[in-house]
Design a protein around this ligand. Structure first.
Ligand code: NAD
Length: 251
């Protein structure tokens, strides 16, 4: 019960890493609001986890919709102690073939969306004596280069830069950190793999496998808890040594 009573919004949490984090946070005693883009997935997780305080289908790239969703979750939770900006998309394409619309969409979801939600959360948390914590799911893509993901790499690099600036400006009331997952087996990854590609990726990861979403969730528990009271402005990488392994960037 390391998160007893903490009121938490997690974006992009109807599937994948976010859903694992939501489930684990409930087990640790948190009050959780799940945000997802897809109404069907939102409905499914609401049924699977009836203890959730609030489930909202919202596009984080739509600022007015974010305002409405934030007000709804705040009312349902009775306040906010932790925000996790986890929603994100990726499109695998050669740099020269990326459509301008695709580039804009990746930036809109992965950067603008985080800005919209975390600014609302920061304004709220600054008003309360207890402050709060904001966590962002960035990626090893934000610090190294992966072929075919110029837009995604750029978006995650931008996220890390924003996180660092927020950590300086919002301290000491609000702690702000980023998690850089390595390859994690979620719908996002599954959608992109053929069996051959999966075997090839596992082969270049020193741990020889993808991470499980539950392994990511453990790190979020620590960072959201009072045990992490001195952690701010940092990037926490959990990638089975993949991003430092030579050759990883040449897939
Ligand atoms: N899986 C990996 O290997 C990996 C590695 C590094 C970083 N990440 C990051 O982890 C996060 C979660 O990804 P995942 O792997 O669990 O994949 P996922 O596709 O299961 O989860 C992405 C979530 O974001 C939500 N989302 C997408 N667009 C949205 C929008 N416009 N508005 C609101 N929600 C939206 C989806 O509904 C979904 O719940 C993403 O930010 C991703 O970039 C994943």
């Amino acid at each position: 019960m390391r998160l007893q009573g903490k009121r938490v919004i997690i974006t992009g949490s109807s599937t994948g890493i976010g859903a694992a984090v939501a489930k684990r946070f409930l087990e640790e005693g948190a009050k959780v609001a799940v945000w997802g883009r897809n109404p069907d997935n939102a409905y499914t997780i609401a049924r699977e986890l009836p203890e959730l305080a609030n489930v909202v289908a919202v596009d984080v790239a739509d600022a007015p919709a974010v305002d409405r969703a934030f007000a709804e979750s705040l009312a349902a939770l009775g306040g906010l102690d932790v925000l996790i900006c986890n929603a994100g998309i990726s499109i695998r394409r050669n740099f020269v073939d990326i459509d301008r619309e695709e580039f804009d969409r990746v930036m809109k979801v992965n950067v603008h969306g985080v800005f919209y939600v975390s600014q609302l959360a920061a304004r709220h948390m600054l008003q309360q004596d207890t402050g709060g914590a904001i966590l962002m799911t960035a990626s090893t893509s934000g610090v190294t280069a992966y072929r075919y993901y110029a837009d995604y790499n750029a978006s995650k690099g931008a996220l890390i830069a924003m996180m660092r600036t927020m950590a300086i400006e919002l301290a000491p009331k609000i702690r702000v950190n980023a998690v850089n997952p390595g390859y994690t087996m979620t719908p996002m990854q599954e959608g992109e793999y053929s069996p051959e590609m999966l075997a090839r990726v596992n082969g270049i990861i020193p741990m020889k496998r993808h991470a499980r979403p539950e392994e990511m969730a453990s790190l979020y528990v620590y960072l959201a808890s009072d045990e992490a009271a001195y952690a701010s402005g940092a990037v926490f990488t959990l990638d089975g040594a993949e991003s430092i392994a030579s050759g990883a960037a040449y897939l």
